[in-house]
Ligand binder design. Structure first.
Ligand SMILES: Nc1nc2c(c(=O)[nH]1)N[C@H]1C(S)=C(S)[C@@H](COP(=O)(O)OP(=O)(O)OC[C@H]3O[C@@H](n4cnc5c(N)ncnc54)[C@H](O)[C@@H]3O)O[C@H]1N2
Ligand code: MOO
Length: 404
């Protein structure tokens, strides 16, 4: 008799229970793209570090607006400035330092220049076209918070402070194992009943996008003792052991029994479509060396794709101490389709369309868990709760597939 299906939220709670953050390491900023900060980084400089011009033009005191003023200085970006003598102006270029005595800049298109004299318009507000010191970043403030993933702008911010190294979390190490004697690697001719391993490169890419490093990729034969041996070996060098296939109820599904023998199978069979046979647990390393987390994904490619987004992304996020990875952003949308669910919540692959009426979710026609085409264009998962009917135009909730 089947055990009852577990809700996704309960499975997530069980998976993330007692998961600690990984150790930290110092890395050069040049190597830090995609890494997660272990500590707050404090600003040690004001940015910009001096008042400077936002335009190519003329710097003056706003009280001198509307007059013809001699041009007494030429200030390019990087020039050392002199105080502005009263009743004069300075030629200045974008990024040039505002000289003491000047408090506004007028862009050159509004200025007549002849014989070293600039005739200025009368309506120049104080502070116009000046980028104030510390406007972007104030020295001593928190520049970037612990748990932030270092993407493009954050890397720019670090460089803007002259910072060359940061303390980040070690990447979670993932062992990725494929089960199924029918699965072969691309590059090998296909025999009868065989198919190529599409899960492996797909999951590797997702895991790396989420900030993990895939330390091994192995194929397990459909054999109980080989499954046990290879899972134990994987746990010895990984923080997370991921398998695909072999978690259902077939006679060649050996993964669950192996996990039970080597550690704990915390949860199996979720009220989710696709991904019902997903299994979660832990595999001991022996010799008091702790345990690796185990995520057994179903073999169907869509089930493993969805399971990786829903379970491995938050697990990796928790190990990295990165809150942005532990939940997927929710986006309310109008359904572009009709559907009806049974006892499992359906995580449908949808494409989001934005117009002046709001957000619309269009579902790929064939939502079968073996049809990987449904994931190619998907930018969200529409979550249709169990035992629910949805008509076109009804509000639904979608999880945005963002790598974080
Ligand atoms: N009697 C029942 N049969 C099944 C049930 C059930 O409840 N009762 N559940 C079904 C559901 S739902 C799923 S999902 C699958 C998952 O089964 P497994 O996780 O044991 O996966 P496999 O049987 O090993 O493979 C399923 C399917 O996916 C193909 N596959 C496997 N690995 C790969 C790979 N690396 N790349 C591409 N394709 C892969 C495999 O050939 C199978 O076609 O069980 C249902 N059965
Ligand atoms: O749960 Mo399975 O992943 O629907 O085909």
């Amino acid at each position: 008799m089947d055990s009852p299906l577990k809700p996704v939220t309960a499975a997530l709670d069980a998976l993330l229970k007692d998961v600690g953050v990984l150790e930290t390491q110092r890395v050069a900023c040049e190597e830090a793209a995609g890494r997660v900060l272990a500590n707050d980084v404090m600003a040690r400089l004001d940015v910009p570090s001096f008042d400077n011009s936002a335009m190519d033009g003329y710097a003056l005191h706003h009280g001198d607006a509307g007059q013809a003023l001699p041009i007494r200085q030429r200030i390019a970006a990087g020039t050392t400035v002199q105080p502005l003598s009263p009743g004069s102006c300075a030629r200045i270029f974008t990024g040039g330092e505002i000289p003491p005595g000047a408090d506004c800049v007028v862009m050159q298109e509004r200025v007549e220049v002849a014989d070293g004299v600039a005739t200025l318009p009368g309506d120049i507000p104080q502070g116009d076209n000046i980028r104030r010191r510390g406007r972007d970043v104030a020295c001593g403030s928190v520049l970037l918070e612990a748990g932030r993933r270092l993407e493009a702008a954050a890397l720019g911010h670090l460089a803007g402070q002259g910072i060359t190294e940061v303390e980040v979390r070690r990447r979670p190490r993932v062992a990725l194992l494929s089960t199924g004697d029918e699965i072969v690697d691309p590059g090998t001719p296909l025999g009868p009943g065989q198919l190529y391993n599409s899960n492996r490169p797909m999951l590797r890419r997702l895991l790396e996008r989420f900030g993990a490093t895939v330390v091994s990729m192995t194929s397990i034969p459909d054999d109980p003792s080989a499954t046990r041996r290879m899972l134990a070996e994987a746990a010895s060098h990984a923080d997370i052991v991921v398998t695909t296939g072999g978690v259902s109820v077939g006679e060649e599904d050996h993964v669950k029994a192996a996990v039970e023998a080597l550690g704990e199978l915390d949860l199996w069979r979720l009220a989710i479509r696709p991904g019902k046979p997903l299994a979660l647990g832990r595999i001991g390393r022996g010799n008091g060396d702790g345990e690796a987390r185990f995520v057994g994904l179903p073999g169907n490619p869509v089930s493993s794709f969805v399971g990786t987004w829903l379970f491995l992304r938050p697990l990796i996020g928790r190990m990295l101490g990165c809150p942005a990875l532990t939940t997927l952003p929710e986006i309310p949308a109008r359904s572009g389709f009709a559907t009806r669910t049974g006892p499992r919540a359906h995580y449908m692959r949808v494409k989001l369309r934005f117009d002046d009426q709001g957000v619309h979710a269009e579902a790929f026609t064939d939502q079968n868990s073996a049809v990987l085409s449904s994931c190619i264009e998907a930018d969200a998962l529409a979550v249709i709760p169990a035992e629910t009917s949805i008509s076109p135009g009804e509000p639904i909730n979608c999880l945005w597939l963002m790598s974080g």
